[in-house]
Design a protein. Structure first.
Length: 272
């Protein structure tokens, strides 16, 4: 009996970015917010000012940075930028919901190469999380003082049990299986990661009807993924943030969007 095995070599996030570039279904930047000043009021009474000028963003009195602004649903925007002045470089992603005058913010950082070198077995025995990709998720009000309940974005279980197919380009196709409130499985059906799969830590938020914010943190190649999933219009849009090929290489932070479809829903017997 002969057993054939295909390559299961993992690639860097930079390699993944190159695969996603060709024919990408990434959304064009939205100009809806250009020229506007947006105030974000957090639960602790803090206020930050975002001044948008096309693809440039000034946070408070800081220097302008490149920002990507997209919209899957009218009135709801995804803003994404990096702050390279912070050490380590910090990823900021804001779901700006003008329908409810609220926002959800995801702040992410990646581990250093010294931390990455710690094996998964050692992490598990030491009681550490298997991924050192860190996120802080917070909510607040837009252009008004924060008050309890002002933000309707909430943790949701509506995607749990769902199996979705995502076509990011003519060459890159993945499926997601949303297992439970903490984990999901991704599987590359076509593309630079073909036949690779893994189960990673994730977070789910419902923004409005059939519109979700999905966040995941990978452990093999440290990666932060943040996407909006629109189940009504069968589209997703977001980004991947990850370490470079080497310790000195720049970090990757690239857009990804898809045409998506639901394959099936899993329902377990009550007695499980």
């Amino acid at each position: 009996m002969t057993t054939n095995s295909s390559s299961t070599d993992w690639i860097s996030v930079t390699g993944l970015e190159k695969g996603f570039e060709t024919g990408s279904y990434a959304l064009d930047n939205s100009a809806d917010l250009s020229g506007k000043k947006i105030e974000l009021h957090d639960a602790n009474g803090g206020v930050r000012s975002l001044n948008v000028d096309q693809d440039q963003l000034r946070v408070d009195d800081g220097d302008p940075v490149q920002v990507r602004i997209t919209s899957l649903r009218q009135g709801v925007y995804l803003l994404d930028w990096l702050d390279e002045r912070q050490k380590p470089t910090t990823s900021y992603t804001v779901v700006l919901d003008t329908l409810s005058d609220s926002y959800t913010q995801v702040v992410g950082t990646l581990p250093t190469f010294d931390v990455i070198k710690t094996g998964l077995y050692e992490r598990a025995l030491g009681g550490r999380a298997l991924t050192d990709v860190n996120v802080e998720i917070s909510h607040g009000a837009v252009n008004q003082a924060y008050s309890e309940g002002v933000c309707p974005h909430a943790i949701t279980d509506e995607l749990i049990g769902v199996r979705n197919l995502y076509r990011y380009s003519p060459t890159e196709v993945y499926e997601h299986v949303y297992l439970n409130e903490n984990f999901y499985t991704w599987h590359c059906l076509k593309g630079v990661e073909k036949n690779l799969c893994d189960t990673d830590r994730c977070h789910y938020y419902k923004i409005t009807e059939d519109l979700y914010l999905f966040i995941w943190r990978e452990k093999i190649v440290p990666t932060l993924g943040i996407v909006m999933i629109d189940e009504q219009n069968h589209r997703s849009d977001g980004k991947i943030f990850g370490v470079g090929d080497t310790e000195d290489a720049p970090l990757a932070n690239f857009p990804m969007a898809s045409y998506c479809q639901r394959l099936n829903d899993t329902e377990y017997p009550d007695e499980h």
